[in-house]
Write a protein that binds this ligand. Sequence first.
Ligand code: ATP
Ligand code: MG
Length: 211
Amino acid sequence: MITIALSKGRIFEETLPLLAAAGIAPEEDPEKSRKLIIATNRLDVRVVIVRASDVPTYVQYGAADLGIAGKDVLIEHGGAGLYQPLDLKIAKCRMCVAVPAGFDYAAAVRRGARLKVATKYIATAREHFAAKGVHVDLIKLYGSMELAPLAGLADAIVDLVSSGGTLKANNLVEVEEIMAISSRLVVNQASLKMKRALLQPVLDAIEGAIQ
Ligand code: ATP
Ligand code: MG
């Protein structure tokens, strides 16, 4: 049996064509079903639906053999116990620093100001600002980062951006790109050894379907 950990939403949607290339089709839509374990057309493959940030944990401990997770999530997780063979080039966006329009970020950095930065991505943000020599107090949030500067919680945020529409709607501007983000296939290291005959054809088919 192969268990694949996926999150609902964009990752599930964008993964469907890759699974199809491997001859795998989930039998239910997680947006409609409340089931957390979804059967597929293949008796030996099932999908488990977990929070995006929990995917690496399921794969690390072998509760899932495969998973698909954003680079943002993998960096925060640390990647222990995970083999990361493929960049799937799906769920593309970028991680960036954003501030309220009118806040002179460059000037604040130049004068060595200590900035309050709200983010879900503490590890990535810590490394980014440390490398630049910018002094920051990091404030951990779990969502709606855009609100933090507007409500006076922080001077800046580190968040994922794709179109920039949410930033714009909240009068924020992107001042620094930290990194490009896409989702990767992650594989449990023990599964890869023990279930190689079952997994390798799936990995090969997915690799062949990457755009
Ligand atoms: P949760 O909703 O459970 O808190 P989440 O918000 O991280 O988790 P999604 O919004 O489905 O879950 O994001 C899943 C992954 O998709 C992210 O980890 C990231 O890699 C990528 N992603 C996030 N936002 C965007 C975006 N606007 N455009 C493209 N990809 C994105
Ligand atoms: Mg989300």
